[in-house]
Design a protein around this ligand. Structure first.
Ligand SMILES: *Cc1c(COP(=O)(O)O)cnc(C)c1O
Length: 395
Protein backbone atom coordinates (compact mmCIF):
# COMPACT_ATOMS: atom_id res chain seq x y z
CA UNK A 1 0.00 0.00 0.00
CA UNK A 2 1.28 3.44 -0.89
CA UNK A 3 2.00 5.33 2.33
CA UNK A 4 3.93 8.36 1.18
CA UNK A 5 1.39 11.00 2.12
CA UNK A 6 3.41 12.94 4.69
CA UNK A 7 6.50 15.07 4.53
CA UNK A 8 9.04 13.46 2.18
CA UNK A 9 12.49 12.76 3.59
CA UNK A 10 15.49 13.13 1.30
CA UNK A 11 18.57 11.48 2.73
CA UNK A 12 20.75 11.73 -0.34
CA UNK A 13 24.36 12.73 0.30
CA UNK A 14 23.98 16.21 -1.11
CA UNK A 15 22.11 18.37 -1.46
CA UNK A 16 21.31 17.58 2.15
CA UNK A 17 18.20 18.42 4.14
CA UNK A 18 17.67 22.19 4.16
CA UNK A 19 16.34 23.43 7.53
CA UNK A 20 13.10 25.43 7.31
CA UNK A 21 14.93 28.24 9.08
CA UNK A 22 17.44 28.41 6.24
CA UNK A 23 14.69 28.43 3.61
CA UNK A 24 12.75 31.09 5.48
CA UNK A 25 15.83 33.29 5.84
CA UNK A 26 16.04 33.40 2.05
CA UNK A 27 12.45 34.49 1.56
CA UNK A 28 12.86 38.23 1.29
CA UNK A 29 13.33 41.12 -1.12
CA UNK A 30 16.64 41.73 -2.85
CA UNK A 31 19.09 43.73 -0.72
CA UNK A 32 21.37 46.61 -1.60
CA UNK A 33 24.60 44.98 -2.75
CA UNK A 34 26.73 48.11 -2.40
CA UNK A 35 26.04 49.25 1.11
CA UNK A 36 24.36 48.33 4.37
CA UNK A 37 23.58 45.13 6.26
CA UNK A 38 24.68 42.68 3.53
CA UNK A 39 28.29 43.83 3.88
CA UNK A 40 28.30 43.17 7.63
CA UNK A 41 26.59 39.83 7.15
CA UNK A 42 29.29 38.71 4.71
CA UNK A 43 32.01 39.66 7.21
CA UNK A 44 30.24 37.53 9.82
CA UNK A 45 29.87 34.64 7.36
CA UNK A 46 33.59 34.70 6.56
CA UNK A 47 34.44 34.73 10.26
CA UNK A 48 32.12 31.81 10.98
CA UNK A 49 33.40 29.84 8.00
CA UNK A 50 36.87 30.17 9.56
CA UNK A 51 35.47 28.75 12.78
CA UNK A 52 33.85 25.80 10.97
CA UNK A 53 37.16 25.07 9.20
CA UNK A 54 39.20 25.80 12.34
CA UNK A 55 41.49 28.19 10.54
CA UNK A 56 42.86 31.68 10.70
CA UNK A 57 43.40 31.39 6.93
CA UNK A 58 41.43 33.09 4.19
CA UNK A 59 38.05 31.85 2.92
CA UNK A 60 36.84 32.84 -0.54
CA UNK A 61 33.27 32.39 -1.78
CA UNK A 62 32.51 31.54 -5.41
CA UNK A 63 29.17 31.20 -7.18
CA UNK A 64 29.81 27.59 -8.15
CA UNK A 65 29.38 24.01 -7.01
CA UNK A 66 32.04 21.63 -5.74
CA UNK A 67 33.48 21.13 -9.22
CA UNK A 68 34.00 24.89 -9.30
CA UNK A 69 35.82 24.72 -5.95
CA UNK A 70 38.23 22.17 -7.45
CA UNK A 71 38.97 24.46 -10.37
CA UNK A 72 39.27 27.52 -8.11
CA UNK A 73 41.84 25.82 -5.89
CA UNK A 74 43.89 24.52 -8.80
CA UNK A 75 43.82 27.79 -10.74
CA UNK A 76 45.48 29.54 -7.80
CA UNK A 77 48.22 27.09 -6.90
CA UNK A 78 49.27 25.45 -10.17
CA UNK A 79 49.95 26.52 -13.74
CA UNK A 80 49.83 24.24 -16.77
CA UNK A 81 52.84 21.93 -16.66
CA UNK A 82 53.11 21.98 -12.85
CA UNK A 83 52.94 18.60 -11.11
CA UNK A 84 50.52 17.42 -8.39
CA UNK A 85 50.06 14.14 -6.55
CA UNK A 86 46.42 13.12 -6.17
CA UNK A 87 45.06 10.50 -3.75
CA UNK A 88 41.79 8.82 -4.71
CA UNK A 89 39.46 6.66 -2.64
CA UNK A 90 36.42 7.08 -4.85
CA UNK A 91 34.96 9.11 -7.65
CA UNK A 92 35.69 12.53 -6.18
CA UNK A 93 39.43 11.98 -5.81
CA UNK A 94 39.42 10.76 -9.41
CA UNK A 95 37.34 13.77 -10.44
CA UNK A 96 39.69 16.27 -8.75
CA UNK A 97 42.60 14.62 -10.60
CA UNK A 98 40.72 14.74 -13.90
CA UNK A 99 39.96 18.44 -13.45
CA UNK A 100 43.66 19.11 -12.85
CA UNK A 101 44.58 17.10 -15.94
CA UNK A 102 42.13 19.06 -18.09
CA UNK A 103 43.69 22.28 -16.81
CA UNK A 104 47.02 21.11 -18.18
CA UNK A 105 48.49 20.15 -14.82
CA UNK A 106 50.67 17.01 -14.72
CA UNK A 107 48.86 14.60 -12.43
CA UNK A 108 50.36 11.64 -10.63
CA UNK A 109 47.42 9.60 -9.37
CA UNK A 110 47.50 7.16 -6.46
CA UNK A 111 44.29 5.13 -6.49
CA UNK A 112 43.60 3.34 -3.22
CA UNK A 113 40.40 1.67 -4.34
CA UNK A 114 37.02 2.18 -2.74
CA UNK A 115 37.05 0.41 0.62
CA UNK A 116 39.71 2.05 2.77
CA UNK A 117 41.61 5.25 3.37
CA UNK A 118 44.94 6.00 1.67
CA UNK A 119 48.01 3.90 2.51
CA UNK A 120 50.61 6.21 4.14
CA UNK A 121 53.51 4.07 2.94
CA UNK A 122 52.50 4.39 -0.70
CA UNK A 123 52.21 8.17 -0.37
CA UNK A 124 55.56 8.33 1.40
CA UNK A 125 57.22 6.30 -1.35
CA UNK A 126 55.80 8.62 -4.01
CA UNK A 127 57.00 11.72 -2.18
CA UNK A 128 60.47 10.30 -1.50
CA UNK A 129 60.79 9.34 -5.17
CA UNK A 130 60.27 13.02 -6.01
CA UNK A 131 63.86 13.94 -5.23
CA UNK A 132 63.75 17.11 -7.32
CA UNK A 133 60.68 18.30 -5.39
CA UNK A 134 58.60 18.81 -8.52
CA UNK A 135 55.32 17.92 -6.81
CA UNK A 136 53.69 21.24 -5.93
CA UNK A 137 50.66 19.90 -4.12
CA UNK A 138 49.30 16.72 -2.58
CA UNK A 139 45.58 16.64 -3.27
CA UNK A 140 43.27 14.54 -1.18
CA UNK A 141 39.62 14.11 -0.25
CA UNK A 142 38.57 13.84 3.38
CA UNK A 143 35.26 12.03 2.81
CA UNK A 144 34.71 10.52 -0.62
CA UNK A 145 30.96 10.63 -0.91
CA UNK A 146 30.72 7.89 -3.53
CA UNK A 147 32.37 5.19 -1.43
CA UNK A 148 31.87 6.78 2.03
CA UNK A 149 35.57 6.31 2.75
CA UNK A 150 37.00 8.83 5.20
CA UNK A 151 40.72 9.66 5.03
CA UNK A 152 42.93 10.57 7.98
CA UNK A 153 44.13 14.04 6.99
CA UNK A 154 46.27 14.61 10.10
CA UNK A 155 48.13 11.40 9.19
CA UNK A 156 48.65 12.69 5.66
CA UNK A 157 50.27 15.82 7.10
CA UNK A 158 52.51 13.47 9.08
CA UNK A 159 53.64 11.76 5.88
CA UNK A 160 54.58 15.06 4.22
CA UNK A 161 56.46 16.12 7.33
CA UNK A 162 58.27 12.78 7.62
CA UNK A 163 59.54 13.24 4.06
CA UNK A 164 60.27 16.92 4.59
CA UNK A 165 58.38 17.53 1.35
CA UNK A 166 57.39 21.15 0.74
CA UNK A 167 54.27 20.41 -1.36
CA UNK A 168 51.04 22.13 -0.37
CA UNK A 169 48.51 19.89 1.36
CA UNK A 170 45.15 20.34 -0.35
CA UNK A 171 41.95 18.73 0.97
CA UNK A 172 38.46 18.39 -0.49
CA UNK A 173 36.03 18.74 2.43
CA UNK A 174 32.97 19.25 0.23
CA UNK A 175 31.11 16.36 1.87
CA UNK A 176 32.66 16.55 5.29
CA UNK A 177 32.86 20.21 6.33
CA UNK A 178 30.42 20.71 9.16
CA UNK A 179 30.10 16.95 9.68
CA UNK A 180 33.47 15.31 10.23
CA UNK A 181 36.13 16.69 12.57
CA UNK A 182 38.44 18.90 10.55
CA UNK A 183 41.10 21.22 11.93
CA UNK A 184 42.72 23.05 9.05
CA UNK A 185 45.46 24.85 10.98
CA UNK A 186 46.21 22.17 13.58
CA UNK A 187 46.48 19.56 10.84
CA UNK A 188 48.68 21.71 8.65
CA UNK A 189 46.30 21.86 5.70
CA UNK A 190 47.29 24.61 3.26
CA UNK A 191 44.25 24.68 0.98
CA UNK A 192 40.78 23.32 1.67
CA UNK A 193 37.78 23.33 -0.66
CA UNK A 194 34.12 23.02 0.28
CA UNK A 195 30.62 23.77 -0.96
CA UNK A 196 27.45 24.93 0.78
CA UNK A 197 24.99 22.12 0.02
CA UNK A 198 26.17 19.28 2.25
CA UNK A 199 27.17 19.77 5.88
CA UNK A 200 26.44 23.49 5.56
CA UNK A 201 22.73 22.83 4.83
CA UNK A 202 22.28 25.57 2.20
CA UNK A 203 20.87 25.13 -1.33
CA UNK A 204 23.62 24.42 -3.91
CA UNK A 205 25.34 27.37 -5.53
CA UNK A 206 28.29 28.44 -3.41
CA UNK A 207 31.78 26.97 -3.38
CA UNK A 208 34.56 27.85 -0.97
CA UNK A 209 38.31 27.77 -0.92
CA UNK A 210 40.30 28.35 2.25
CA UNK A 211 44.01 29.05 2.06
CA UNK A 212 46.82 29.85 4.46
CA UNK A 213 49.90 32.06 4.19
CA UNK A 214 52.01 29.33 2.59
CA UNK A 215 49.41 28.77 -0.13
CA UNK A 216 49.16 32.54 -0.68
CA UNK A 217 52.93 32.64 -1.29
CA UNK A 218 52.73 29.81 -3.79
CA UNK A 219 49.76 31.50 -5.49
CA UNK A 220 51.70 34.76 -5.80
CA UNK A 221 54.21 32.90 -7.97
CA UNK A 222 51.61 31.35 -10.28
CA UNK A 223 50.79 33.15 -13.49
CA UNK A 224 47.00 33.46 -13.30
CA UNK A 225 44.93 32.84 -16.38
CA UNK A 226 41.51 33.03 -14.72
CA UNK A 227 40.36 36.30 -13.18
CA UNK A 228 37.21 34.65 -11.83
CA UNK A 229 38.92 31.92 -9.80
CA UNK A 230 41.74 34.17 -8.55
CA UNK A 231 41.30 34.30 -4.78
CA UNK A 232 43.53 37.35 -4.30
CA UNK A 233 40.94 40.08 -5.14
CA UNK A 234 38.30 38.14 -3.20
CA UNK A 235 40.45 38.33 -0.09
CA UNK A 236 42.26 41.64 -0.55
CA UNK A 237 40.11 43.56 -3.02
CA UNK A 238 39.40 47.19 -2.34
CA UNK A 239 35.68 46.95 -3.18
CA UNK A 240 33.01 44.67 -1.79
CA UNK A 241 31.94 43.32 -5.21
CA UNK A 242 35.44 41.89 -5.66
CA UNK A 243 34.72 39.38 -2.89
CA UNK A 244 32.36 37.72 -5.37
CA UNK A 245 33.92 38.70 -8.68
CA UNK A 246 30.63 40.52 -9.35
CA UNK A 247 27.11 40.34 -7.92
CA UNK A 248 27.01 38.35 -4.66
CA UNK A 249 24.73 35.30 -4.39
CA UNK A 250 22.50 37.36 -2.10
CA UNK A 251 19.83 34.84 -1.11
CA UNK A 252 22.21 31.94 -0.74
CA UNK A 253 24.17 34.18 1.63
CA UNK A 254 21.06 34.78 3.75
CA UNK A 255 20.57 31.04 3.89
CA UNK A 256 24.18 30.36 4.75
CA UNK A 257 24.17 33.02 7.47
CA UNK A 258 21.26 31.25 9.14
CA UNK A 259 22.92 27.82 8.76
CA UNK A 260 26.17 29.12 10.26
CA UNK A 261 24.21 30.65 13.12
CA UNK A 262 22.82 27.19 13.85
CA UNK A 263 26.21 25.48 13.52
CA UNK A 264 28.57 27.97 15.12
CA UNK A 265 26.49 30.08 17.52
CA UNK A 266 23.85 27.63 18.69
CA UNK A 267 25.19 24.08 18.49
CA UNK A 268 28.95 24.62 18.37
CA UNK A 269 31.25 22.90 15.89
CA UNK A 270 32.56 20.35 18.39
CA UNK A 271 29.03 19.23 19.14
CA UNK A 272 28.20 19.09 15.44
CA UNK A 273 31.09 16.66 14.90
CA UNK A 274 30.13 14.56 17.92
CA UNK A 275 26.48 14.38 16.83
CA UNK A 276 27.42 13.18 13.37
CA UNK A 277 29.68 10.49 14.82
CA UNK A 278 27.03 9.35 17.30
CA UNK A 279 24.31 9.12 14.67
CA UNK A 280 26.60 7.43 12.14
CA UNK A 281 27.37 4.73 14.70
CA UNK A 282 23.65 4.11 15.12
CA UNK A 283 23.29 3.60 11.36
CA UNK A 284 26.26 1.20 11.23
CA UNK A 285 24.82 -0.76 14.17
CA UNK A 286 21.53 -1.19 12.30
CA UNK A 287 23.35 -2.29 9.14
CA UNK A 288 25.39 -4.83 11.13
CA UNK A 289 22.18 -6.38 12.42
CA UNK A 290 20.55 -6.49 8.99
CA UNK A 291 23.71 -8.15 7.72
CA UNK A 292 23.56 -10.98 10.24
CA UNK A 293 20.95 -12.83 8.21
CA UNK A 294 21.33 -11.37 4.80
CA UNK A 295 23.74 -9.87 2.42
CA UNK A 296 23.50 -6.20 3.36
CA UNK A 297 26.62 -4.55 4.76
CA UNK A 298 28.60 -1.33 4.95
CA UNK A 299 30.78 -1.00 1.86
CA UNK A 300 33.72 0.17 4.01
CA UNK A 301 34.60 -2.73 6.32
CA UNK A 302 36.66 -0.92 8.96
CA UNK A 303 34.66 1.65 10.98
CA UNK A 304 37.88 3.67 11.35
CA UNK A 305 37.79 4.30 7.57
CA UNK A 306 34.08 5.23 7.46
CA UNK A 307 32.60 8.65 6.94
CA UNK A 308 30.26 10.04 9.57
CA UNK A 309 28.39 12.00 6.87
CA UNK A 310 27.41 9.29 4.38
CA UNK A 311 27.21 5.50 4.40
CA UNK A 312 27.43 3.34 1.30
CA UNK A 313 25.60 0.01 1.67
CA UNK A 314 26.18 -2.99 -0.56
CA UNK A 315 24.62 -6.35 -1.09
CA UNK A 316 26.19 -9.33 -2.83
CA UNK A 317 22.89 -10.87 -3.80
CA UNK A 318 19.97 -8.47 -3.64
CA UNK A 319 18.90 -5.68 -5.91
CA UNK A 320 19.07 -2.59 -3.72
CA UNK A 321 17.63 -0.38 -6.44
CA UNK A 322 14.33 -2.17 -5.70
CA UNK A 323 14.75 -1.34 -2.02
CA UNK A 324 15.47 2.30 -2.86
CA UNK A 325 12.45 2.38 -5.13
CA UNK A 326 10.22 0.90 -2.40
CA UNK A 327 11.46 3.46 0.12
CA UNK A 328 10.91 6.35 -2.30
CA UNK A 329 7.65 5.38 -3.98
CA UNK A 330 5.82 3.58 -1.21
CA UNK A 331 7.16 5.39 1.83
CA UNK A 332 8.46 8.83 0.77
CA UNK A 333 12.10 8.27 1.75
CA UNK A 334 14.66 9.11 -0.95
CA UNK A 335 18.08 7.50 -0.55
CA UNK A 336 21.21 7.99 -2.63
CA UNK A 337 22.06 5.83 -5.60
CA UNK A 338 25.48 4.38 -6.31
CA UNK A 339 27.87 6.64 -8.22
CA UNK A 340 31.47 6.50 -9.43
CA UNK A 341 33.54 3.34 -9.16
CA UNK A 342 30.66 1.42 -7.57
CA UNK A 343 28.26 2.47 -10.35
CA UNK A 344 29.10 -0.75 -12.16
CA UNK A 345 27.38 -2.57 -9.28
CA UNK A 346 24.67 0.06 -8.97
CA UNK A 347 21.88 -2.42 -8.34
CA UNK A 348 23.87 -3.82 -5.44
CA UNK A 349 24.65 -0.54 -3.72
CA UNK A 350 22.95 2.51 -2.24
CA UNK A 351 23.89 5.42 -0.03
CA UNK A 352 22.38 7.01 3.05
CA UNK A 353 23.23 10.68 3.50
CA UNK A 354 23.40 11.65 7.17
CA UNK A 355 25.00 15.04 6.84
CA UNK A 356 23.85 18.28 8.37
CA UNK A 357 20.30 18.70 9.60
CA UNK A 358 19.47 15.32 11.08
CA UNK A 359 18.05 14.16 14.41
CA UNK A 360 16.89 10.80 15.84
CA UNK A 361 13.31 10.99 14.54
CA UNK A 362 14.68 11.46 11.02
CA UNK A 363 17.39 8.86 11.51
CA UNK A 364 15.20 6.22 13.13
CA UNK A 365 12.39 6.96 10.70
CA UNK A 366 14.76 6.29 7.81
CA UNK A 367 16.13 3.09 9.35
CA UNK A 368 12.64 1.83 10.18
CA UNK A 369 11.52 2.58 6.64
CA UNK A 370 14.45 0.63 5.19
CA UNK A 371 13.61 -2.18 7.63
CA UNK A 372 10.02 -2.23 6.35
CA UNK A 373 11.30 -2.22 2.79
CA UNK A 374 13.49 -5.25 3.46
CA UNK A 375 10.42 -7.05 4.79
CA UNK A 376 8.18 -5.93 1.94
CA UNK A 377 10.66 -7.18 -0.65
CA UNK A 378 11.44 -10.42 1.20
CA UNK A 379 15.12 -9.55 1.41
CA UNK A 380 16.55 -11.71 4.21
CA UNK A 381 17.91 -9.63 7.09
CA UNK A 382 18.65 -9.89 10.78
CA UNK A 383 15.94 -8.50 13.06
CA UNK A 384 16.54 -5.97 15.80
CA UNK A 385 18.25 -3.28 13.72
CA UNK A 386 16.17 -0.52 15.27
CA UNK A 387 16.90 -1.83 18.75
CA UNK A 388 20.60 -1.68 17.98
CA UNK A 389 20.36 1.84 16.58
CA UNK A 390 18.27 3.21 19.42
CA UNK A 391 20.57 1.61 21.99
CA UNK A 392 23.48 3.56 20.49
CA UNK A 393 21.50 6.81 20.40
CA UNK A 394 20.54 6.35 24.05
CA UNK A 395 24.16 6.14 25.20
C1 LIG B 1 29.58 16.48 -3.76
C2 LIG B 1 31.05 16.38 -3.81
C3 LIG B 1 31.81 16.98 -4.83
C4 LIG B 1 31.18 17.65 -6.00
O1 LIG B 1 30.38 18.70 -5.66
P1 LIG B 1 29.35 19.31 -6.74
O2 LIG B 1 28.71 20.39 -5.97
O3 LIG B 1 28.43 18.20 -7.12
O4 LIG B 1 30.14 19.79 -7.89
C5 LIG B 1 33.17 16.91 -4.78
N1 LIG B 1 33.80 16.28 -3.77
C6 LIG B 1 33.11 15.67 -2.77
C7 LIG B 1 33.85 14.97 -1.70
C8 LIG B 1 31.72 15.70 -2.78
O5 LIG B 1 31.03 15.10 -1.81
Amino acid sequence: MKLSYGRDLFLTPGPSVIPDRVLNAMHRAAPNIYDGPLIDMVDRILEQLREVAQTGGQPSIYIANGHGAWEASLANIAAPGDRVLTLATGTFGLGYAETARKMGIAVELLDFGTKNGFDPQVVEDALRADKARHIKAVISVQTDTSTSVNNDIAALRGVLDACGHPALLVVDCIASLGCERFEMDAWGVDVMVAACQKGLMTPPGMAFTFHNEKAAEVAAGVEKTSPYWDWEPRVNGEYFYQKFGGTPPTHLLYGLAEALKMIVEEEGINHVWARHRHQARAIWAAVDVWGQKGALRCHVPDPADRSTAVTTLVSDTYDLSLLRAWCADTAGLTLGMAIGPIWADRDKAMRIGHMGHMNPPMLLGALATIDAGLKALNIPHGSGALEAASAILAR
